[in-house]
Design a protein around this ligand. Structure first.
Ligand code: A3P
Length: 333
């Protein structure tokens, strides 16, 4: 499941061609052209430049489909450092929410940012990854769309989901539920409940299999969420390659913020959100301190997901760092 595929390049190529078709005269040396033809050529070039500047809303050529709490916001915000990437602001939820899907493609297009020919338009809605109906709906819109899926340690993802639960409850003056009531079976045997929502989202191979019924493996690019945290530029460069973009994102675009504990955009780096003199970190809802979770619960979760990790390796041919870390930990137990 690796590296660049031609479809976005083709899509971008088609857009470019339709907007800037060159006259056959342009293959002739200007010195040999009659004046009228030269004037026509100059006019046509000026028109092309003007067309290049025309910004319209386009359907996305690529979608970040998930997974929730794996770094989808960081991925999208950091990708916008690339001058040819245009991303929708919020989560659009067109393929997972009935009422939005019923609004039709013109509504969906209206949610996209203005873009020039050759730009890559993107949106992210992590709910797509786990929604049964989403792959078929996306396929009906565009069979050659490019999909980006960011994954992280499934146990860390569950705890991150739980941190959000705690935050929501506390902000409403409600006591948080214990994590055990949300991820373990009710009979108190300490086993993981495979049907619990937080557990389900981390069953990556199941959801991915559903997407692979519609899309070729080389249409789905996997991003390692842990590496996006530790070395964002290298994960982002791989995404640039996948999208057929000229490489632009460099290590200097990021600075590590010790207070936040994450990389932020370096001061004066331009992105889809403009340019700021100070460094720009993600909001306080990203990179939260995780609540402490009993070791027995973490161990139950690790054992549960180990088998699912193996199936993900079989499906994708990819071993993620968290799998090696967890295997090492099991060896030490
Ligand atoms: P935590 O809040 O559990 O640390 P999403 O945007 O999909 O909801 O993912 C949120 C996760 O993005 C955060 O989970 C955090 O680990 C991860 N992340 C990756 N890079 C980040 C960055 N530079 N700043 C903040 N969070 C980042």
């Amino acid at each position: 499941m690796v590296i660049p595929i031609p479809c976005a390049v083709a899509v971008v190529g088609i857009l470019h061609q339709t907007c800037t078709t060159k006259s056959p005269l342009m293959h002739t040396s200007p010195a040999l052209m009659p004046q009228s033809a030269l004037a026509a050529m100059v006019e046509s070039e000026a028109q092309e430049e003007e067309e290049e500047d025309i910004r319209v809303r386009r359907l996305p050529q690529a979608i970040v489909i998930g997974a929730r709490k794996c770094g989808t916001r960081a991925l999208l915000d950091f990708l916008e450092v690339h001058p040819r990437v245009r991303a929708a602001r919020g989560e659009v939820h067109y393929f997972d929410r009935e009422e939005r899907h019923n609004l039709g493609l013109s509504w969906y297009r209206g949610q996209m940012p203005l873009s020039r020919p050759g730009d890559v338009t993107l949106e992210k809605s992590p709910a797509y990854f786990v929604t049964e109906a989403a792959p078929a709906r996306v396929w009906r819109m565009n069979t050659s769309i490019q999909l980006i899926l960011i994954l992280r340690d499934p146990v860390a993802r569950v705890v991150s989901d739980y941190a959000q639960h705690v935050h929501r409850r506390v902000s409403k003056d409600l006591p948080p539920k214990p994590i055990e009531s949300l991820v373990l079976t009710r009979n108190g045997d300490g086993r993981v409940n495979p049907n619990a929502k937080m557990v389900q989202t981390s069953l990556y191979h199941r959801h991915l299999r559903r997407w692979l019924r519609y899309f070729k493996p080389d249409q789905i690019h996997l991003v390692d969420g842990d590496r996006l945290v530790s070395q964002p530029h290298s994960e982002l460069q791989q995404v640039e390659d996948f999208l057929g973009l000229k490489r632009h994102i460099r290590p200097e675009h990021f600075v590590f913020n010790a207070t936040k504990g994450f990389y932020c955009l370096a001061p004066s780096v331009s992105s889809g959100r403009g340019k700021k003199r100070r460094q720009r970190c993600l909001g306080s809802e990203k990179g939260r301190r995780h609540p402490s979770v009993a070791n027995s619960t973490l161990t139950a979760l690790r054992h549960f997901f180990a088998g699912h990790d193996e199936r993900l390796v079989q499906l994708t041919g990819r071993t993620f760092d968290w799998m090696r870390r967890n295997a090492q930990q099991f060896g030490e137990e």
